[in-house]
Design a protein around this ligand. Structure first.
Ligand code: UDP
Length: 142
């Protein structure tokens, strides 16, 4: 499997629960390296731009409101099969359907406040990483 990069966001609900370290530990134990990270309180424009593909969905306004409700932790994860590995660690979008032991099963309270984001494909990963990071802000460790 190829070395990949993916964008991860620890959403406002999980930051408020003080579980950034717990989630980082899951990434590291799974063999993913954090090669860039920043804490941000997203503006409405930043959240709308990030989730632009969902602009027509009924939940869009609530999603933007939730994503701007408090700080988020944004990171780039690097490793073999990083995109799928991160999605596996996160679990299903709806925490009620998320496998036991996943981030969403452990920390998410609803499909809206679902603790984490992870890119779902190489194209979205590239777009989402460049949405938040310049290449020179990333520190690959080889
Ligand atoms: N979402 C929501 N209500 C829904 C479906 C999705 O609030 O009925 C939110 C939720 O926060 C989800 C995000 O929109 O994480 C993006 O949805 P997607 O289907 O891309 O899920 P993900 O890739 O995050 O698992």
């Amino acid at each position: 499997m190829a070395t990949e990069r993916t964008l991860s966001i620890i959403k406002p609900d999980a930051v408020a629960k003080n579980v950034i370290g717990d989630i980082y530990s899951r990434f590291e134990k799974a063999g993913l390296q954090i090669v860039g990270a920043k804490m941000l309180h997203l503006s409405k424009e930043q959240a709308e731009g990030f989730y632009a593909e969902h602009a027509e969905r009924g939940f869009f306004a609530d999603l933007v409101s939730f994503m701007t409700s408090g700080p988020v932790m944004v990171q780039v994860l690097e490793g073999e099969g990083a995109i799928a590995k991160n999605r596996e660690l996160m679990g299903a979008t709806n925490p009620k359907e998320a496998a036991p032991g996943t981030i969403r099963a452990d920390f998410a309270s609803s499909i809206d406040a679902n603790a984490a984001h992870g890119s779902d494909a190489p194209e979205s990963a590239a777009r989402e990483i460049s949405y938040f990071f310049k290449e020179e802000e990333l520190c690959p460790r080889g």
